[in-house]
Design a protein around this ligand. Structure first.
Ligand code: MN
Ligand code: MN
Length: 288
């Protein structure tokens, strides 16, 4: 995980191909684990999250902005999820924002312990980011991890929010503060570059899926219920056809799609993330 992020950091530069960076770091993850737990996310500036390159993606990194590199790896479905922010150009405001979010993560990790209410982490993150003059992104946050599931259903807020959960021994969680100089919340963009199988699809999805049904078996075999990139299925169908089938499966309820998330006022966004495992007597950061 750390090696993949470090290699990604080296490759991130103005003009670099987003596709080439992601394919290289995904290859590193394949060598060191059972494979990616979700596609390499490389989101730039006001793209807060969920941009992963599409097949033959021509996108290149711009001259300046904050790049969020968010990677996942798994071993037997046990997931590690970690992200860093990298500046394309030394802009003091970007540096200050990235450092504020990194400090929010560091302070959350210091505070994390068994049975801590998740709302306490939201309070720590929010206060740290606000003290530096920025806003936490209120509708993004951390999450519980479960076997082959990146989101277990438990949320870890980035703002003081009264949620019912505590950090439970025996469980893993991703803690991921996001900060911005924009509105402080994200909206869904039009682009979709990441999908996953619905863990409990609604009744009747098979009939609605029609000829797209066969693709579900391939997806389950390769990725179980973890998010995947259409890049990882272009050996089955050419991309245009694949995209039609994936969209059909989303409409049928068999697939979840993850639109690119954009800062509502196009503010710059920084993100830092680690995964923790909670033991009876403390926590271990699994992505160092
Ligand atoms: Mn992540
Ligand atoms: Mn995460």
């Amino acid at each position: 995980m750390k090696r993949a992020l470090e290699r990604g950091r080296e490759l991130i530069a103005p003009g670099a191909s987003v596709l080439e960076i992601c394919e290289e770091v995904e290859d590193i993850i394949r060598k060191l684990s059972d494979g990616p737990a979700f596609p390499c996310n490389l989101s730039v500036s006001y793209e807060a999250a969920h941009y992963s390159p599409i097949p033959e993606d021509p996108k290149r990194l711009p001259e300046k902005g904050i790049v969020k590199l968010d990677l996942g790896a798994h071993v037997d479905g046990r997931i590690a999820d970690s992200a860093i922010s990298v500046l394309l150009k030394e802009v003091p405001k970007h540096e200050k924002l990235s450092q504020a979010v990194k400090e929010a993560l560091d302070r959350s990790l210091k505070r994390a312990k068994p049975k801590l209410p998740v709302s306490a982490i939201g309070t720590t993150i929010s206060a740290t980011i606000k003290r530096k003059g920025f806003k936490p992104v209120r509708n993004l946050g951390g999450h519980g991890l479960a076997p082959y599931l990146v989101h277990s259903g438990v949320s870890i807020p980035n703002v003081p929010e009264a949620l019912p959960w505590k950090l439970e021994p025996g469980r893993a969680y991703a803690i991921e503060p996001f900060g911005t100089d924009g509105a402080g919340y994200v909206v869904e963009g039009k682009e979709v570059t990441i999908y996953s199988l619905h863990p409990r699809p609604p009744k009747g999805w098979e009939e609605r899926a029609g000829e797209a049904k066969e693709l579900v078996a391939v997806i389950y075999e390769r990725f179980k219920t973890m998010p995947f990139s259409p890049r990882w299925l272009v050996d089955v169908y050419p991309y245009q056809r694949l995209k039609e089938l994936l969209d059909k499966l989303v409409r049928a309820g068999a697939l979840v799609d993850y639109p690119v998330l954009l800062e509502a006022k196009k503010g710059e966004v920084a993100q830092w993330e680690h995964t923790i495992f909670v033991k009876e007597d403390g926590i271990v950061v699994t992505t160092l």
